[in-house]
Design a protein around this ligand. Structure first.
Ligand SMILES: NC(=O)c1ccc[n+]([C@@H]2O[C@H](COP(=O)([O-])OP(=O)(O)OC[C@H]3O[C@@H](n4cnc5c(N)ncnc54)[C@H](OP(=O)(O)O)[C@@H]3O)[C@@H](O)[C@H]2O)c1
Length: 283
């Protein structure tokens, strides 16, 4: 049955990286379907440029400042949201970057720090609210690029990326998204909070901004649109048939099998433990 206009009325979502690309379409779609949506963005101005027209159209959309490259900002965003005393039915960990060799404010490799660690901390800080709002979902926007990673070298996470275009580090960060989803499902089993990882497709968005202009222009012609790219995220966040299903990986709005290493339960458990130490959470 196609969703009705206001089928998400009374539901509250946070979408990270909602000012651009897949996150922008995800946030707008959820808001247009009646949900209250927090657009968690590092630039409040860019977030407002998306949220203000949604509000003008009668939707409930507001910006939450969040810089995933700064764990103090992640803590601040979680505290700001929790202070609102609202339920949280969906946390969409969508923000991501590729192709940059740098460190986060806390000294972590930027790709891993933003794509995984910031989201790990945000999710854990919102855990109690998600549990209290169950049924609730955590959706981690991963990538088919997780298949390029053969494992996680925990000894290099405080060094800038070394590989050409930081592609290897991107693959590792996306592997971490899939493993985190798997471990969330295991640790939060029975809580009513379910977790999903997904590949959105190859989508013409800002993620390709570091490619040379003519090449970017050429290859993005062959990619799917952000509207199509948001389809699997929205499916994971809202599909009634996924109620109670947790820890799986999706592609093209259907379940898919992630790489063998992304199904390694020992690695998933280790990633959780190491991430706790890195972000300073008690075990
Ligand atoms: N496009 C694809 O083909 C593709 C394929 C597989 C997976 N994905 C995944 O899809 C997700 C969305 O990416 P996209 O393709 O929509 O790219 P995008 O248009 O570049 O959007 C990425 C979003 O992440 C935000 N972001 C980056 N660094 C951040 C930080 N430190 N704190 C908070 N937000 C930050 C960006 O904010 P700014 O605008 O301020 O930079 C932007 O809103 C990513 O996780 C990406 O890995 C994309």
């Amino acid at each position: 049955m196609p969703p009705t206009a206001a089928d998400l009325a009374g539901r509250t979502f946070i979408v990270t990286g909602a000012n651009s690309g897949i996150g922008r379409v995800t946030a707008a779609t959820l808001a247009e379907r009646g949900a209250q949506v927090f657009l968690a963005c590092r630039s409040v101005g860019k977030g407002e440029a998306v949220a203000a027209p949604l509000r003008a159209g009668g939707a409930k959309a507001e910006v939450l400042h969040l810089d995933l490259a700064d764990l103090a900002s992640v803590r601040g965003a979680a505290a700001t949201f929790l202070a609102r005393d609202l339920p949280l039915h969906g946390l969409i960990n969508n923000a991501g970057l590729a192709g940059t060799r740098a460190l986060t404010r806390d000294g972590f490799e930027l790709t891993f720090g933003v794509n995984h660690l910031g989201h790990f901390l945000l999710t854990r800080l919102l855990e109690a609210r998600l549990r209290a709002s169950a049924p609730a979902r955590v959706v981690n926007v991963a990538s088919g690029a997780h298949r390029s990673a053969k494992g996680i070298d925990f000894t290099v996470l405080r060094e800038p990326a070394r590989s050409p275009g930081a592609l290897r580090e991107y693959g590792v960060s996306k592997l971490a998204n899939v493993l985190f989803t798997r471990e969330l499902a295991r640790r939060w089993a029975g809580s009513g909070v379910t977790a999903y990882a997904l590949h959105p497709g190859v989508v013409a968005t800002g993620i390709w901004r570091r490619l040379p202009g003519p090449l970017r222009w050429l290859i993005t012609r062959f990619m799917i649109s952000p509207e199509e790219g948001a389809g699997t995220t929205i499916f994971c966040a809202t599909a009634p048939e996924l109620a109670g299903v947790s820890g799986r990986y999706y592609d093209r709005q259907g379940e898919s099998t992630p790489s063998a290493v992304a199904q390694d339960d020992a690695l998933a458990a280790r990633l959780w433990d190491e991430s706790e130490k890195l972000v300073g959470l008690p075990p």
